[in-house]
Design a protein around this ligand. Structure first.
Ligand SMILES: [Zn+2]
Length: 330
């Protein structure tokens, strides 16, 4: 029966080595216990380092004591897994280092911190944990451009995991950009876990995205399609007649016609996911090849920028929000 004397039963007298998580400080002054059903873990840490982050955490450490082990008050942390506690406690004992997001391990750390900070209303900590995610899936177009063009972390961070975290922790500020990225980089059949003429294994298991978010994903796809159509219409408009400011004697209209046809063919023959951000890159490549006069070049670039900003402004609407200023996105 010796093994049954460990956590989470009350009147604990010892905590065996295998049930000690990291961090475990021999001179720590409080023991926090995870709520895992089969293999609960205990963490011996410094009360002040944990309690400073929210009145709710302080109250929990002061009023939630169920045992005294090695002279330390022991507190059962309801609904906290050993993994989340490990990540959270390692971070809060890490001398204010900043949260990174350079690997899957960093992502797990960040989610652990975010989950416990949210549960115990540690608002400043929650904000800090959200910041690296917001840098990758930002609420600003300029930041999105930096990420998208630099092909940075955004290519390695699973947007489905981010969308699920955004929902679980009501961190909706990252949702529009994460969904925009997913819709741009993922075929509908992959997101739905269906296989249509698919030769590659599916990247996502069926059911990984909630039904609600699959709806958002589908609407985002349609929004992308509409945005692509609007941009094609804009290019075609340029081809209708010689523009007053055109500097070329024979005009740039035929070049715009050529660009329009090339883009229609590109859009119609693409077998990849139809996404507006990727389409914009195709547009820029085609327009560069056509060598318009300076005036037409400037005009079309301004027009494209306007359309891109309009696309960005409409992203939250495609997911059922009123706009970027919707209170739920703050
Ligand atoms: Zn011109």
């Amino acid at each position: 029966m010796a093994n049954n004397t460990v956590i989470p039963s009350t009147k604990i007298s010892i905590i065996p080595e295998r049930n000690r998580g990291k961090p475990w400080f021999d001179d720590g002054n409080v023991i926090l216990m995870s709520n895992d059903r089969f293999e609960p873990m205990a963490f011996r840490v410094y009360k002040g380092m944990v309690a400073q982050h929210s009145p709710m955490l302080r109250a929990k450490l002061e009023n939630g004591v169920t045992d005294v082990v090695y002279g330390c008050p022991a507190v059962q942390m309801d609904d906290c897994t050993a993994a989340d506690l490990c990540n959270f406690l390692t971070f809060v004992h890490g001398c204010e280092r900043s949260l990174q997001l350079n690997s899957k391990h960093d992502f797990a750390t960040l989610i652990g911190v975010l989950r416990i900070a949210t549960k115990y209303k540690a608002d400043a900590l929650r904000k800090r944990a959200l910041r690296p995610l917001e840098r990758i899936y930002p609420p600003e177009l300029s930041e999105w451009d930096d990420n998208f063009e630099s092909h940075s972390m955004i290519w390695h961070l699973d947007p489905v995991a981010v969308i699920n975290v955004a929902r679980e922790l009501s961190a909706l500020s990252i949702l529009p950009a994460a969904m925009a990225f997913l819709a741009n980089s993922t075929l509908a059949q992959e997101a739905f876990g269906a296989s249509i003429l698919q030769t590659q294994p599916l990247r996502f298991a069926p059911g990984l995205l909630s039904g609600f978010d699959l709806k958002g994903f589908t609407l985002m796809k349609e929004y992308n399609h509409t945005s692509i159509s609007k941009t094609l219409h804009f290019i075609r408009e340029q081809a209708k007649e010689r523009h007053g400011s055109c500097q070329r004697l024979d005009g740039c209209a035929t070049k715009f016609t050529a660009a329009f046809i090339a883009l229609c063919v590109a859009a119609a023959t693409s077998e990849g996911p139809a996404g507006y951000p990727s389409f914009v890159i195709t547009v820029q490549g085609v327009l560069q090849r056509e060598e318009f006069c300076g005036s037409c070049q400037d005009r079309v670039e301004l027009g494209l920028q306007r359309r891109r900003r309009a696309w960005w402004r409409g992203l939250p609407g495609a997911l059922g929000f009123s706009g970027w200023d919707d209170a739920r996105l703050r």
